[in-house]
Design a protein around this ligand. Structure first.
Ligand code: BTN
Length: 323
């Protein structure tokens, strides 16, 4: 019996209510001394637990340690969740699990990534205690045409999750960056594995990286473009609750992806629409006017010669005034 795990579950479920040492000892059928030792050990692991004489124990609202038990108590009890202190990349770890048969919906979450991956071969800065780095394994049953919508649907799901927690507007910059107050707070990297005949998707790993708390590892260049949710809102965000909310919203979005309803929400939040932009179209740099998002989540761009193209992937940016 893992006493620490059971105590953590009970503390998570009881929320802001204290549970006495005696009650914990009685329900787990161990001595009060064993409970006390387990609580001390949880504190050594990094959990913030308040203990008050004659009341008992509760998780502090300032607890910043990620835990499977706490995330599950926010309504994700049926999901396979793996929480790691440190890993090179949650996407790499999740891909390995998926190739070994991990079930649909399995989530890998890390406190810190030593080699977090961004799009286009870039690095994603992932220091300890500051972010949510999460990879979700999905084994979709939908058509190959729909597979290309996964990242944009998850952008909407993550925007919904962040907004539900902090009540501040979240924008999306095509194709998958989330912004708050004109600063990037989140990036998404989806990696797919095709079936043997390349006609179906075996699995996709959806990696979401969110800057939750201020960190000191951003260089000067990154500080100009990126920030954390707490810096943008001045509000305290519980990382465990955010993980649970992302998992919930991602499941809702993926279940409904084929009706493409989420595209309306994506378009409403999209930042490039209505602006002059530059983008790469294959190997060619293009410039034009972003007219909106089509039903396949492509960016519609009107070029200066009047022709219209629909960009399905890549990266686009607003033109600076001096461009
Ligand atoms: C980007 O902004 O270019 C995409 C960043 C994606 C980062 C996330 S963090 C969790 C997952 N694991 C990784 O190595 N990358 C993704």
């Amino acid at each position: 019996m893992d006493i620490k795990k059971i105590i953590l579950e009970k503390l998570a479920v009881s929320g802001d209510k204290y549970i006495s040492g005696a009650e914990l000892a009685r329900t787990i059928e161990v001595s009060r001394n064993a409970v006390w030792k387990a609580v001390k050990s949880l504190e050594n692991d990094g959990f913030s637990i308040e203990s008050v004489t004659s009341k008992g124990y509760r998780l502090s609202e300032n607890n910043n340690k990620l835990s499977e038990e706490i995330i599950k108590c926010f309504g994700e009890s049926e999901r396979n969740i793996i929480v790691l202190d440190e890993i090179d990349s949650t996407n790499n770890y999740a891909k390995k699990l998926a190739s070994q048969g991990a079930e649909n919906g399995t989530a890998v979450i890390a406190d810190r990534q030593t080699a977090g991956k961004g799009r286009m071969g870039r690095n994603f800065v992932s220091p300890s205690g500051c972010g949510v780095y999460i990879s979700i394994i999905t084994r979709p049953k939908f058509s190959m045409e729909t597979v290309s919508l996964i990242t944009s649907a998850i952008a909407v799901a993550t925007a919904n999750a962040v907004e539900n927690l902090c009540d501040e507007p979240v924008k999306i910059q095509w194709v998958n960056d989330l912004y708050m107050n004109n600063k990037k707070i989140c990036g998404i990297l989806t990696e797919a594995s095709m079936g043997l005949e390349m006609r179906s998707l075996d699995y996709a790993v959806i990696g979401i990286g969110i800057n939750v708390r201020k960190n000191n590892e951003f260089d000067e260049e990154l500080k100009k473009r990126a920030a954390s949710i707490e810096e943008c809102t001045g509000k305290k965000i519980d990382r465990n609750r955010l993980c649970a909310e992302i998992l919930k919203q991602a499941e809702i979005c993926l279940e409904n992806i084929e009706n493409r309803e989420y595209i309306k929400e994506y378009s409403r939040r999209e930042l490039l629409t209505g602006n002059r932009i530059t983008a790469m179209h294959g190997n060619t740099k293009i410039e034009g006017f972003a007219e909106g998002i089509d039903k396949n989540a492509c960016l519609i761009v009107r070029l200066d010669n009047g022709s219209v193209i629909h960009l399905s992937s890549g990266e686009a940016n607003k033109c600076r005034i001096s461009d």
